[in-house]
Design a protein around this ligand. Structure first.
Ligand SMILES: [Zn+2]
Length: 269
C-alpha cells in the first residue's frame, strides 16, 4: 500500500501529546488525500498525524510526538489522530466496502499500539474523560470534553472490524491461515541445511554432521569405558568395562599394567 510523508507545512503544536488515545476521524469529503491535505495546508485549518485514503494510501502529516490540530485542546493534547477518507453519515455496509482503507487503518492502530502500548480497545467518552487509554472517535472526544460538536467518524464506523484486524496483525496470526512455521518445520529446515567447508566446497547437511559427531563420540566412550557405555545416560556414567581387560576400563587396565610392571609415578622435571 502506498505511503508517504508530507510534513513541510508543519501543521502542529510543538508540544508532545500524551498518547492516551487513538482518535479516529473522517474527512467528510471523498476527493482523496492530495485534495484534503492541500486544503489543510492552504487554510491551516486542521491536521492529523496521518491520513488514509480509499486505496489504502497513508500520508503522514504530523509526527507522533507533536500535537495535531484535530480535536480542540483536550483531544489534540491527548491523542494520536488518524483521518479516514469518508463520511460520518455512512452506514456499516458502506464502510465495509472500503477494505483497503480499513486494512491500512488497522495497520496504523496496530503500530501505534505496539509503539506506545495503547490498548486495542474501543473506549467510551466517559472512559476517555477519566483518562483511560484506548481508541475513540472524534465524536467521543466531543462528548467527553464539550469543546466542539464534531461527530465524525459517525455512529457506524466499523471499529470492531478494524480493531480485530489490528490485533491479528500484532499477534502474527490470522483467521484464514496460520502463517507461523511450527517448531518441527523450523527444526527440519535447520537439519536439512547444507553446510559449506572452509574451502568453499559443499559439505554434508547439519543433520548428518550431528549424527556423525554423536557416532564418533559414542565410539570413544565405548573404547574408554566398555561396551554399551555410550547408551548410559545421566549425571555420571557407570562404566560397563571390558571382559578382555579383566572387567576393567582402558584406564583401569593401564593402571593395573603399570602397577604390575613396577612403573612408578612420572618424574617431575
Ligand atoms: Zn474529526
Amino acid at each position: 500500500m502506498p505511503y508517504r510523508e508530507q510534513i513541510g507545512a508543519r501543521l502542529w503544536n510543538a508540544a508532545d501529546n500524551t498518547g492516551q488515545v487513538i482518535v479516529q476521524h473522517t474527512t467528510e469529503s471523498e476527493g482523496g488525500n492530495t485534495s484534503v491535505i492541500g486544503y489543510l495546508e492552504r487554510t491551516r485549518a486542521g491536521s492529523y498525524q496521518t491520513m488514509v485514503d480509499f486505496d489504502g494510501e497513508e500520508v503522514r502529516m504530523v509526527p507522533d510526538n507533536r500535537q495535531a490540530w484535530g480535536a480542540m485542546n483536550q483531544g489534540n493534547r491527548r491523542g494520536l489522530h488518524v483521518c479516514a477518507m469518508g463520511r460520518a453519515e455512512w452506514d456499516r455496509a458502506r464502510w465495509l466496502r472500503e477494505g483497503k482503507l480499513l486494512e491500512r487503518t488497522a495497520m496504523r492502530y496496530a503500530e501505534w499500539s505496539r509503539l506506545y502500548s495503547i490498548p486495542l480497545v474501543k473506549i467510551s467518552a466517559p472512559q476517555a474523560a477519566a483518562g483511560q487509554r484506548g481508541i475513540v472517535g472524534h465524536i467521543d472526544i466531543s462528548a467527553a470534553f464539550h469543546e466542539s460538536d464534531h461527530w465524525d467518524p459517525g455512529h457506524h464506523f466499523p471499529y470492531d472490524v478494524v480493531i480485530a484486524r489490528a490485533r491479528e496483525i500484532n499477534t502474527g496470526s490470522t483467521n484464514k491461515e496460520d502463517t507461523m512455521p511450527s517448531a518441527q518445520d523450523i527444526a527440519k529446515a535447520v537439519l536439512d541445511t547444507q553446510l559449506t567447508r572452509p574451502d568453499g566446497t559443499p559439505s554434508e547437511t547439519v543433520g548428518n554432521v550431528l549424527a556423525w559427531i554423536d557416532q564418533h563420540a559414542a565410539q570413544l566412550v565405548v573404547e574408554q569405558l566398555g561396551p554399551g557405555s555410550e547408551a548410559i545416560r545421566g549425571h555420571v556414567v557407570n562404566p560397563t568395562r571390558w571382559d578382555e581387560l579383566g572387567d576393567r576400563t582402558q584406564v583401569e587396565a593401564l593402571a593395573a599394567l603399570l602397577e604390575a610392571a613396577g612403573i612408578g609415578p612420572r618424574p617431575v622435571k
